[in-house]
Ligand binder design. Structure first.
Ligand SMILES: [Zn+2]
Ligand SMILES: [Zn+2]
Length: 87
C-alpha cells in the first residue's frame, strides 16, 4: 500500500518523488543506469533520511552490503561514500 509513489525529504531538505513507480538514474557520478526509486535501489533502510544511509538511489552495481558482523536483521544496502563513512 502506497509504496508505488510517494514524496520523501532528503537529508539536504530536497523533496523528491520516490517509489518503485518512479523512474530514475543511478546517482553515482558517471553512472547512467536506469533504476527506479523503490527500496531495492535505496541507500539505507528507509526512504528520505535513513539513519544508516544517505537516502540516495543507486543501481545494484553501486550498492553494497558489507557487514562483517553476523546479524539476524536485514542489512541495509549502501553506496560507496556511505560504506566509507562507517566506523
Ligand atoms: Zn549513501
Ligand atoms: Zn550505478
Amino acid at each position: 500500500m502506497g509504496n508505488a509513489h510517494y514524496t520523501v525529504t532528503r537529508p539536504d531538505g530536497e523533496q523528491i518523488e520516490a517509489g518503485y513507480d518512479v523512474a530514475a538514474v543511478c546517482e553515482q557520478d558517471g553512472c547512467t543506469l536506469e533504476i527506479d526509486r523503490g527500496l531495492a535501489y535505496l541507500c539505507g533502510s528507509t526512504p528520505g533520511t535513513p539513519e544508516d544511509g544517505c537516502g540516495g538511489y543507486f543501481c545494484s552495481r553501486h550498492l553494497y552490503t558489507d557487514w562483517e558482523m553476523p546479524s539476524d536483521e536485514p542489512q541495509p544496502q549502501n553506496c560507496l561514500p556511505c560504506i566509507d563513512k562507517r566506523p
